[in-house]
Design a protein around this ligand. Structure first.
Ligand SMILES: [Zn+2]
Ligand SMILES: [Zn+2]
Length: 170
């Protein structure tokens, strides 16, 4: 069963525009995370990311390097300007990328389909009605999404027993 809708590839770049990339298919899901780490990562009250198989992200131009700080996700960033492009979560590995919606050229095409860690959400942010929101993590129940994540993890020989999206509860 094909659960993926037709998708016009989305391009993106770092702030110096040396590094350019493209999402080849629709993301698995786009979410906003209000956790303290995502607040640090984004320098903003929340981080909005498109979760996608890393194999479906093509680097078109430029060079990247990865930064992996203590207690942080591994971040892929432009080698020239250091702007973060996407991250890899330690529980999901390098096969799943979390692409910052703000580095996409038309990020407005990907509004959040779920909100996570609203327990640390800044109080002025009003969540839109009808969008799943979770105190921590949760499964928003998007058709085909969980299967796509599990397919990547299974290919890497990593099948988590518990948690949502294979992520440990924390
Ligand atoms: Zn987060
Ligand atoms: Zn750059």
């Amino acid at each position: 069963m094909n659960t993926e809708t037709p998708f016009v590839p989305l391009t993106g770049s770092c702030r110096c525009e040396q590094a350019r990339f493209r999402l080849e298919t629709a993301p698995i899901i786009t979410h906003a995370c209000h956790c303290r780490l995502c607040q640090k990562l984004s320098g903003s009250p929340f981080r909005s990311v498109a979760m996608i198989e890393t194999a479906r992200v093509t680097l078109l131009e430029g060079k990247t390097l990865s930064f992996h700080g203590k207690k942080s996700q591994k971040q892929i960033q432009c080698a020239d300007c250091g702007c973060g492009l996407w991250t890899h979560h330690p529980d999901l590995g390098d096969g799943i990328a979390f692409v910052g919606v703000g580095v996409l050229d038309e990020g407005e095409r990907l509004p959040p389909e779920a909100h996570y860690f609203v327990r640390s959400k800044h109080p002025w942010i009003a969540l839109p009605p009808g969008i799943p929101a979770f105190e921590q993590l949760g499964d928003p129940g998007k058709a085909g999404a969980r299967e796509r994540v599990m397919a990547v993890l299974a290919a890497k020989g990593h099948v988590p027993e518990k948690g949502d999206w294979g992520l440990e509860k924390r």
